[in-house]
Ligand binder design. Structure first.
Ligand code: ADP
Ligand code: MG
Length: 401
């Protein structure tokens, strides 16, 4: 996978920031990718199925051990590094409510805390301190999981420097723990798994209950297709109300149906769900249940008919999020409708919703015309200029230097 100029710049920025921070070179630079979700939205915390892929945008962590027991993190996001002792991590996390450190710092520090928590009692105190400098070209808050990318980069660096020998699935779980318990964002495991297990030209089919995975060849390039991201620039926040409300609806639905999670509900059970639930909770449940089925259908259609045949599933996924789960916004609907009107094979919002990005599967030759049409449609409605770029299914974490 050839790195883009921006990715190379982010790599260099992490190493430069490290030198500014410490006056010396890092021991290594580790990176992990963001991800786009092809299909399977809000199914992860319902123990269901998702089909994301890692993208070429990456977050880099330049790092080196220190002699003392202090951990210092810096990011190009902030002029202020944050430094604590490793022992202090246990007082900072888990944080009830907003973390006591700058929010961005809770991601790498939360990863360090979650890694220490895996060690047998007492052995955490023998770990050396570490300096960590972070830079990224993953768009933030766009539904492309800059959060999983920073967790994956920090986790990969600490795993190797501390010689923990954790596998990618364990590191994904560490990232989720950091995000849930250190940052306080109640997200599922999809993003971290997608980032940690990414394979070029393939999506990751993930069963979020068992954490079983399968690499699903996408064949976009061979079919002359591109994935166009339409980032609306509208920031979402997982820690705010809408996301928690959706989760609560799903939990009520599962409880009413007498199952551990909505994963255990099938499309055939929906009439019974309609009788047991109020209209809002029912529609939330219907989204999750039909979305699980659409993920399974996408995997089989990809294998049987190839990527050009998955368009209707993407379109149905968007309609379900717009009408049943009610997490779309006008910008995302206009992005999807305009892309489809210009000949996209399929399009849907991706990520948690309430902002962020849509993806459109388009013929290579249509990337320009679709992009122009979306820009015009946004301008006509007085929306802010969207940020448009293509993403390529890419490999997971690596040590880059
Ligand atoms: P998304 O994952 O969709 O981009 P999130 O709200 O889940 O959005 O995560 C974004 C947050 O992750 C940022 O607000 C910031 O706190 C943290 N973050 C992401 N990338 C970096 C980075 N390079 N440096 C510091 N913090 C980062
Ligand atoms: Mg995120």
């Amino acid at each position: 996978m050839t790195a883009t100029i921006r990715t190379v710049a982010a790599h260099r920025a992490a190493a430069d920031l490290f030198r500014t921070l410490t006056g010396s070179a890092p021991a290594g630079v580790w990176s992990a990718p963001g991800r786009a979700n092809l299909i399977g939205e809000h199914t992860d915390y319902n123990d269901g199925f998702v089909l994301p892929f890692a993208i070429q945008h990456r977050t880099f962590a330049a790092a080196r051990l220190r002699e003392d027991g202090r951990i210092r993190v810096a990011s190009t996001f902030s002029p202020e590094p944050v430094e604590v002792t490793l022992a202090e991590l246990d007082a900072l996390f888990p944080s009830a409510g907003a973390p006591a450190v700058a929010e961005w710092a809770a991601y790498p520090l939360g990863v360090a805390w979650a890694l220490r928590a895996l060690l047998p009692d007492g052995s955490g105190s023998s770990l050396a301190g570490v300096d960590l400098a972070i830079a990224s070209d993953v768009p933030v808050g766009a539904g492309l999981s800059s959060s999983a990318a920073i967790e994956g980069a920090a986790g990969s660096a600490l795993n190797e420097l501390w010689e923990l020998g954790l596998d990618p699935v364990a590191l994904a779980q560490v990232g989720r723990r950091a995000e849930n318990d250190a940052v306080g964002a109640p997200t599922g495991i999809m993003d971290q798994m997608a980032s940690m297990l990414g394979v070029a030209n393939a999506a990751l089919f993930l069963d979020c209950r068992t954490l079983e995975t399968r690499s699903v060849p996408l064949g976009f390039a061979e079919a002359g297709l591109e994935v166009l991201v339409i980032d609306t620039g509208v920031k979402h926040a997982h820690t705010t109300g809408g996301y928690r409300e959706r989760r609560a609806s799903c939990e009520r639905g599962a409880a009413a149906l007498g199952v551990p999670a909505l994963r255990d509900v099938t499309v055939a059970d929906l009439p019974r769900a309609a009788e047991l639930l109020d209209d809002v909770d029912f529609r939330r449940v219907r989204h999750v249940v039909t979305e699980d089925q659409r993920v399974l259908d996408t995997v089989s259609v990809l294998a049987a008919e190839g990527p050009r045949a998955i368009g209707p599933l993407l379109v149905a996924s968007h309609a379900s999020m717009r009408d049943d789960f009610e997490i779309s916004i006008p910008e995302l609907d206009v992005a999807v409708d305009t892309a489809l009107a210009q000949g996209a094979i399929g399009a849907r919002m991706t990520g948690g919703g309430f902002g962020g990005a849509a993806i459109a599967l388009v013929d290579h030759a249509l990337v320009g015309p679709v992009s122009d049409a979306v820009r015009t449609a946004f301008a006509d409605r007085g929306f802010a200029d969207p940020h448009l770029f293509t993403v390529v299914p890419s490999d997971g974490p690596r040590r880059d230097a």
